[in-house]
Write a protein that binds this ligand. Sequence first.
Ligand SMILES: Nc1ncnc2c1ncn2[C@@H]1O[C@H](COP(=O)(O)OP(=O)(O)OP(=O)(O)O)[C@@H](O)[C@H]1O
Ligand SMILES: [Mg+2]
Length: 250
Amino acid sequence: MTADPSKLNDDSRRLHDRLLHVSRLAAVGEMAAGIAHELNQPLAAVANYAQACERLLGLPDPDLEEVRDALRQITAQAVRAGDIINRLRGLTRARGARGEPTDVNSLIRELADLIESDARHHQARCRIELTDGLPPLVLDRAQIQQVVLALVRNALEALAEVPAPSREVVVRTARARDGDITILVCDNGPGIAPTVAQRLFDPFCTTKPAGTGLGLASSRTIARAHGGTLEHRPNTPNGACFELNLPSQR
Ligand SMILES: Nc1ncnc2c1ncn2[C@@H]1O[C@H](COP(=O)(O)OP(=O)(O)OP(=O)(O)O)[C@@H](O)[C@H]1O
Ligand SMILES: [Mg+2]
């Protein structure tokens, strides 16, 4: 749907609007199917554990430790369902940046400990390269930090597929055109699987057994809420590179 509606006559404009409407409905339908699928798992688990509790408590001499275990599972699954819903809300709520002028480098420095310990945990090296003298940007610090952490987490998860000694993730800040600032997160992992390359930023697009596929989708929503972009390109010689571009003025 790339036609410019202003150049269409009445009939074709109606058709254009109708097609847009149908494609939006299709997107909503796809989204609803994804949400249903994601929430079904924790809900089914909660129901199973609750039934198990009832059965255990019906025994003449119930093993309370087993009941406690099942209750803990119920809590964990309910938290997981809540987490999915929160992340979905992050997807639709394109909150404007509630920000104030922020030094992007200091925002990354605040995350350095977290990133480095996560990298150690994944037996990966981590380089943080900050370009000096970047202009401050008005942005929502917590939201941008959430994006950086999601990208680093993806990089570390992808690096599990390469031998530990060569695993490396780089977080870099750089000056882009017109005073814009770019935050890059690059890894030397296997790169994006061709099967998902076209749908990478779609909600629920995941190749991971326990992934929700919401990390990149909500990250792009945040980037756009800041008037910026989030794009992917292959790293050289191998791996993936994600580029968060933030405009100097919104
Ligand atoms: N650095 C990367 N290298 C290779 N593949 C990646 C990388 N980052 C993302 N991907 C691919 O993109 C998919 C979508 O990523 P996204 O962060 O949206 O969801 P996820 O990581 O699968 O799940 P979640 O973020 O909810 O844990 C991943 O499943 C993976 O296949
Ligand atoms: Mg992810």
